[in-house]
Ligand binder design. Structure first.
Ligand SMILES: Cc1cc2nc3c(=O)[nH]c(=O)nc-3n(C[C@H](O)[C@H](O)[C@H](O)COP(=O)(O)OP(=O)(O)OC[C@H]3O[C@@H](n4cnc5c(N)ncnc54)[C@H](O)[C@@H]3O)c2cc1C
Ligand code: HEM
Length: 320
């Protein structure tokens, strides 16, 4: 996969890139957002920018990929690609945006490693980037095609039909369709991205698992209020809790996500804690709807019965 010319160069520079990946990631994002502040309006999660570990995910995964290539592993594990591709398409990423990330990431590598980045080194890392980018672009094209959508058409406006206070800090929203477009079916365990304008006018996306099987008219999701202790309160969850009321309109992506229930008859164990019940509730709802006879054990941990979100739904629907 990696050319014979690039392989020894990547082998030789991987340790130094790995060692500086945190700094590379930091400078990459700063440089990119200085040049393209529009990417923080509706695409990147600005809460993640305050979190160094999350910031590292993108650049770090390219270094990890280079490691796989050097170890002669022909294939990137599909579940890694899949997870990223699903996240990307749930945000409406388009292939042309890969050039932007490329340019700023390569700039950051040169900025941090300086003269060590000879033309050969730059060319080898370029090759690594585009190998991974092309795999993702292909996978993402497949995901868009499978649901007959494009980066622009994944978004759709829904109206809040119900808002149910599940527990002290979890609200469940039921939204209803307001147009005639086909409602894309969801697989058990998938999520949608919600995109909303924050108080300063900047749009922010966040993912929420679907908690109910499709009925062709509605979607449901449940949101836990994120309290910051020494950090700010969560932006989206606070806005949804404090301000979004019945009758308001919200913009959601089509459903995506690769951690989904397989259609088999095998016994199933679902384990969750706190708000982690949301995809499990969605899966159970799908099983009930399809008349599944599977043996299911749900293990859920919570502080108390009162703090167990969706307890009513889970208890009512299962066993069917
Ligand atoms: C696939 C998927 C499914 C999900 N499903 C659900 C679900 O069903 N229900 C659910 O409730 N959530 C779910 N989530 C989580 C959800 O997407 C959001 O991450 C969550 O609601 C928090 O978003 P927020 O905007 O409220 O918080 P953010 O504003 O994104 O803040 C997140 C954290 O960063 C900290 N932070 C923010 N700014 C700063 C700063 N400047 N300095 C230091 N720290 C800072 C905050 O204090 C907070 O702890 C899911 C996430 C994924 C990826
Ligand atoms: C080869 C190129 C790329 C790689 C290897 C990559 C890798 C990743 C990884 C590992 C994640 C975290 C996934 C998760 O949390 O589940 C991620 C998330 C994300 N990626 Fe990419 N990515 C690439 C290109 C791009 C491009 C071109 C864009 C858009 C300009 C982009 C935008 C995002 C966004 C918005 C997120 C969500 C996280 C956040 O908002 O902070 N990525 N990517």
């Amino acid at each position: 996969m990696l050319s014979d010319t690039s392989l020894p160069v990547i082998k030789a520079t991987l340790p130094v890139v790995g060692e500086h990946i945190e700094e590379i990631a930091k400078r990459f994002y700063k440089h990119m957002f200085d040049a393209r502040p529009d990417l923080l309006d509706g695409l990147f999660n600005r809460g993640n920018q305050a979190d160094g570990r999350q910031q590292q995910a993108l650049a770090g995964s390219i270094a990890a990929f280079a490691g796989l290539l050097v170890d002669n592993v022909d294939q990137v594990p599909d579940h890694l690609l899949s997870r990223v591709a699903h996240k990307h398409v749930s945000l409406g990423l388009s292939p042309d945006q890969y050039q932007i990330v490329h340019d700023h990431l390569m700039w950051a590598i040169v900025d941090v490693l300086g003269d060590a980045v000879t033309p050969d080194v730059a060319a080898a890392w370029d090759e690594v980037y585009w190998l991974m980018a092309n795999m993702l672009i292909n996978k993402e094209r497949g995901l868009y095609n499978a649901v007959h959508l494009t980066p622009d058409t994944i978004w759709r406006t829904w109206r809040v039909a119900e808002r149910i206070q599940e527990t002290d800090d979890v609200v469940r929203f039921v939204v209803e369709r307001i147009d005639e477009r086909e409602v894309k079916p969801s697989l058990p365990g998938q999520y949608v991205t919600i995109k909303m304008a924050m108080h300063d006018g900047v749009h922010q996306p966040r993912q929420y698992s679907l908690t109910k099987a499709d009925d062709g008219q509605h979607r449901q999701f449940a949101v836990k209020r994120v309290h910051g202790l020494e950090t700010p309160d969560g932006e989206m969850s606070t806005l949804l809790h404090n301000e979004v009321q019945v009758g308001d309109e919200v913009v959601l992506s089509a459903p995506f996500g690769d951690v989904v229930l397989e259609y088999t008859d095998r016994p199933l164990v679902l384990a969750s804690a706190g708000i982690g019940i949301t995809p499990m509730a969605g899966m159970l709802s799908h099983l009930v709807k399809s008349g599944s006879q599977r043996q299911v054990m749900l293990l859920h941990a919570d502080d108390s019965e009162a703090s167990f979100p969706l307890r009513g739904q889970v208890r009512r629907t299962w066993p069917p």
